[in-house]
Ligand binder design. Structure first.
Ligand code: ADP
Ligand code: MG
Length: 238
């Protein structure tokens, strides 16, 4: 579960093509980072995979099944939004349970899944607080918890740490990497931060103006960048 293939997908907004035909294969269980400068199409690509935007052409398959026509809620993927997307008037427990409540799961099953997620995220002692009574890092963990309870085939993160201060960012980076090791679920992580890409990824996808410049492990990109852009971006001279 969690193998995703993009086959010649494109995206245009009006007359402007922001993603020219693009192919990519993401393996089950991989931690893939989309990295590139602001405006290069990272969020658009993630939203196409999530189904929050429709592709203009091409095909997306998730675990061998064509996903292009499948609505977002049925794709089996969970997007992790920045922590400010939490419901301020609801407890942590209710925030995490929200997708389960929407899916009509019974109370006992909700409780079990929420408490299991809270345990993984070290939130057990905070379940009855409201988001406003938590630190930034804890709030981000609640946002991740809301994704975990859905048991997705893949997690999609769009710059989840950009609101946090530098020290907290380093912590959360480690926590998300640990979470990946625990869950072994495919994760796609969007960032414009080279350090995040280099430290978290199994596979980095470097984007420029909607085009994949190179795909490879952090070591491959560092030692054998394909061009000046990749070299400059990853920070090794060529
Ligand atoms: P990134 O996440 O890498 O910063 P985006 O995917 O947000 O980049 O944007 C890629 C390009 O697509 C940008 O030029 C942006 O202005 C454009 N774009 C994104 N969303 C829309 C939209 N809804 N309508 C028109 N243009 C958009
Ligand atoms: Mg973006």
């Amino acid at each position: 579960m969690g193998q995703i293939t993009l086959n010649q997908i494109t995206k245009s907004f009006g007359d402007v093509q922001v993603i020219p035909p693009l192919d990519l294969r993401i393996e089950d269980g991989e931690f893939v980072v989309f990295v590139g400068p602001s405006g290069c199409g990272k969020s658009t690509l993630l939203r196409l995979i999530a189904g929050l935007e429709d592709v203009s052409s091409g095909k997306i398959t998730i675990d061998g099944k064509e996903a292009t026509e499948v609505p977002p809620a049925k794709r089996g993927l969970a997007m992790v939004f920045q922590s400010y997307a939490l419901y301020p008037h609801m407890s942590v427990r209710k925030n995490i349970a929200f997708p389960l409540r929407m899916a009509g799961l019974d109370k006992a099953a909700q409780k079990e899944k929420v408490e299991a997620a809270a345990k993984v995220l070290n939130l057990t002692d905070y379940l009855d607080r409201r988001p406003g009574q938590l630190s930034g890092g804890q709030r981000q963990r609640v946002a991740i918890g809301r994704a975990i309870v859905r048991e997705p085939a893949a997690f999609l993160f769009d710059e989840p740490l950009s609101n946090l201060d530098a020290a907290l960012r380093v912590n959360m980076r480690l926590e998300i990497s640990e979470l990946h090791q625990t869950l072994k679920t495919t994760m796609i992580y969007v960032t414009h931060d080279q350090v995040e890409a280099m430290t978290m990824a199994d596979k980095i996808v470097v984007l420029q103006a909607g085009v994949i410049e190179q795909v490879g492990s952090p070591l491959e990109l560092y030692h054998t960048p394909r061009n000046k852009f990749v070299a400059g971006f990853i920070g090794s001279p060529k």
